[in-house]
Design a protein around this ligand. Structure first.
Ligand code: GDP
Ligand code: MN
Length: 352
């Protein structure tokens, strides 16, 4: 019996992941966080978890992005929590500001109506700006133009499981476009016009749909018919985008770009409260091969109030199989079964 010698630190399956080696075997990728200065402590919580469970082995660079300059304190404190390179970037004004074609009076009136319907953050302008930026702007940031893959990380999220492989290499080697952990129903009131606007965009563009695609997942009305009705034909089931591991070349594709452009002109990021999660999800459902979308069931994850907690000895700190520790009704918000019903792991959506 021969024992393999242990690999030196930061070498995984023969690949070199030394922190300060510019010619390491890292994939062209970054950990990415849009974050506010006042979220420093919460961000450090997320960093600690992700460094401990994964990144201390791979040393992928972090990119922090903000609409205002990061404070010296923010830079000093975050640098203490990773050996990897950290970049601090500011959003170009024209990527963040409310576009010129948006009418501020109409915006205010719409926000009043949305708030009456119980839509969260209806009056918080920056929340609308954030959703629009995450939908169609982040991958155009000058600091990301040469980057291909990203792992989106929010402040105050938790990672529970040791992950021993390079998830970016996995994405590349298996031709994956998008990775998720949690799938949720959305508040239909926040996106009442999104599906109608999507159909207007698609008129005479049937040929641009991916083949196969996940149209029947997007339009499901079996499990939550009232959601589909209130959202005018969209099930509201979406990949919960506070976690994403994805290939930016998808967002940069002419199909998705044209779709975002159409939505942006329609104004629903401001007259309604379209989230980047449903926008990304519809874009993927229409223009990505469902087989290129991967459920990272092995990545234990929590963004309050939902979890992805695998049944594995590699996971510590979450209850196996638990989806939420919130109120009972929150259990109904899980729509992963929808995705698996239509797309499965092997099953491709038949062509129309
Ligand atoms: P929620 O998860 O939908 O409740 O929204 P969050 O408040 O967590 O915001 C989503 C992400 O965008 C988080 O990473 C926030 O740090 C970030 N974010 C939200 N609004 C702003 C903002 O005005 N400026 C900056 N720099 N980041 C923001
Ligand atoms: Mn959040």
């Amino acid at each position: 019996e021969t024992l393999e010698p242990p690999e030196p630190l930061h070498r995984v399956n023969g690949h070199n992941y030394d922190a300060d080696n510019p010619t390491s075997d890292r994939i062209n990728a970054t950990l990415l966080s849009l974050v506010r200065n006042q979220e420093l402590d919460q961000l450090i919580q997320s960093m600690k978890d992700l460094e401990r469970t994964w990144n201390h082995k791979f040393n992928y660079p972090w990119t922090f992005i903000n609409d205002v300059p990061f404070t010296e304190e923010f830079k000093r404190e975050t640098r203490k929590h990773s050996n990897a390179e950290i970049r601090y970037e500011i959003i170009p004004k024209e990527h963040w500001e409310i576009p010129s074609w948006i009418n501020k009076d109409m915006m205010k009136e719409s926000a009043d109506l949305l708030a009456d319907q119980g839509v969260q953050y209806a009056h918080l302008e920056s929340y609308h700006q954030m959703c629009r930026w995450n939908s169609g702007m982040f991958y155009k940031h000058p600091a990301l133009l040469d980057m291909q893959y990203y792992w989106r990380v929010e402040p105050n999220v938790h990672f529970f499981c040791d992950i021993d492989y390079d998830v970016f290499r996995y994405m590349r080697d298996h031709n994956k476009t998008y990775g998720f952990t949690v799938n949720l129903y959305d508040s239909p009131e926040s996106i009442a016009g999104l599906w109608p606007e999507t159909l207007r965009f698609l008129a005479n563009k049937e040929h641009s749909l991916a083949k196969p695609n996940a149209m029947n997942w997007l339009t499901d009305k079996d499990r939550r018919p009232e959601h589909n009705r209130k959202a005018h034909g969209y099930s509201t089931c979406h990949f919960w985008s506070n976690f994403e591991i994805a290939d930016m070349n998808f967002w940069r594709s002419p199909e998705y770009e044209a779709y975002f452009e159409h939505l942006d002109r329609a104004g629903g990021f401001f007259y309604e409260r379209w989230g980047d999660a449903p926008v990304h999800s519809i874009g993927l459902g229409l223009f990505a091969d469902p087989n290129s979308i991967h459920w990272f069931k092995d990545i234990g994850y929590q963004h309050i109030p939902f979890f992805n907690c695998p049944n594995s000895p590699k996971c510590k700190g979450c209850v196996k199989g638990r989806f939420t520790d919130g109120e009972a009704w929150l259990h109904r918000e899980d729509c992963r079964p929808n995705w698996f019903k239509y797309v499965g792991n092997e099953w491709a959506v038949p062509e129309k």
